[in-house]
Design a protein around this ligand. Structure first.
Ligand SMILES: Nc1ncnc2c1ncn2[C@@H]1O[C@H](COP(=O)(O)OP(=O)(O)O)[C@@H](O)[C@H]1O
Ligand SMILES: [Mg+2]
Length: 360
């Protein structure tokens, strides 16, 4: 049995459905992420798990027990918000002690619990400071210490790093991974940032318009997106669409506008005449100077745009009919920072198993 079972949970605001029949099973001790664009229902789902809002349909079970009707403070669930929500007039210690005092923890037990929680978040020695004397990253650590001090079964984190700058966010991500391993508490993490989700999570549920489109390990989400939405939302992805014109021994051929026949290996049975898309990551495409007679499955185009990003260069290649294909080349491949210029004719190719077929 999973630790937290979310079964067909729905939440409506008027006639708008913010969370639409969501089902998830989250295991004990897992780092689980809800990923999706702003407005897709992530916070609404967290609020129902925490008990701040009731569900309009479905059930939420923790260790097999239905949480319906249990107020937030009676649930072994704590939430960390993007805005930290620290009490500004209390010291760090006061903030961390607050949930313990609310729970009427004997006073002599409080000091060692505060010390342990501050150690968990690497804030030993900061107990007497006021929140305004802390950096954004330190404030968020205090909020996490306050959430962990009562040893909840589940910790909910709603975009906790969104207010931090990129470098600090990356440091905090690594700390969160370590912290979660150390305390062993189930983390349910919410973010709209796909890089963050891929880096942190054991499993990710990708949400779109109140629904879960795919739930999987990060590498499966990235390499085998089940829908166009997931392919497009997670990183950069070419979506080559068209009718299926052949299917021979597990290789499907699509007639893609601007490219012509494109092959993709697939395990599933796809009928000729149906249509679909090939999700093809830019880094899987080989881009080179054109050969005199292009071999099969090599596609010509003209560099329309390029983005030099330091470690890599992204090429946007225009083929016939204005179709654009994005290809990425690592700059480690050569001493030169750039291989092609805007206007250069290039040839693109990729192995038949580089793409992933998505049925329409
Ligand atoms: N209390 C509310 N009343 C009306 N609409 C709401 C309320 N809370 C959220 N919504 C709407 O529900 C949708 C999902 O919101 P939310 O769960 O906050 O999204 P996310 O956290 O993924 O950005 C949004 O369109 C939002 O405007
Ligand atoms: Mg939100």
């Amino acid at each position: 049995m999973a630790l937290l079972e979310i079964q067909g949970v729905t939440r409506r605001f008027g006639d708008f459905t913010a969370v639409d029949n969501v089902g998830l099973a989250i295991e004990a001790g897992e780092f689980f992420t809800l990923l999706g664009p702003s407005g897709c229902g992530k916070t609404t789902l967290l609020r129902m798990i925490a008990g701040f809002d009731p569900a309009d349909g479905g059930r939420i079970l923790l260790n097999g027990e239905d949480l319906a009707g249990k107020p937030p403070e009676a649930r072994p669930v704590r939430t960390v918000f993007q805005s930290y929500a620290l009490f500004p007039h209390m010291t760090v210690e006061g903030n961390v002690a607050f949930p313990l005092r609310m729970a009427k923890t004997p006073e002599r037990e409080i000091a060692p619990k505060i010390a342990a929680a501050l150690e968990d978040v690497r804030l030993v020695g900061f107990g007497k400071r006021m929140p305004q004397e802390l950096s954004g990253g330190q404030k968020q650590r205090v909020a996490i210490a306050r959430a962990l001090v009562t040893h909840p079964t589940v910790l909910l984190l709603d975009e906790p790093l969104a207010a931090l700058d990129a470098k600090l966010r990356e440091e905090m991500q690594i700390e969160l991974i370590d912290l979660q391993k150390e305390v062993g508490i189930t983390f349910i993490y919410v973010t709209h940032d796909q890089t963050e989700a891929l880096a942190l999570s054991r499993r990710i549920a990708v949400m779109n318009q109140g629904r879960v489109e795919q739930m999987d390990a990060p590498s499966n989400i990235y390499n085998f997106p089940r829908t166009r939405f997931v392919a497009d939302f997670i990183g950069h992805c070419n979506l080559l669409s068209g009718p299926v014109i052949a299917n021979v021994r597990g290789v499907v051929t699509l007639d893609v506008k601007g490219l012509g026949p494109v092959d993709v290996a697939t395990g599933s049975k796809i009928a000729r005449g149906s249509s679909g898309s090939i999700a093809l990551r830019p880094e899987k495409i080989r881009i080179e100077a054109p050969s005199s007679t292009p071999p099969n499955h090599h596609y010509r185009g003209t560099v329309a745009e390029l983005l030099y990003m330091g470690d890599v260069t992204v090429y946007k290649v225009a083929t016939q009919n204005g179709t654009r294909v994005e290809a990425l080349r690592a700059n480690s491949e050569s001493g030169r920072a750039q291989f092609f210029d805007v206007g250069d004719v290039v040839e693109m190719s990729w192995p038949v198993d580089a793409g992933h077929f998505i049925a329409e």
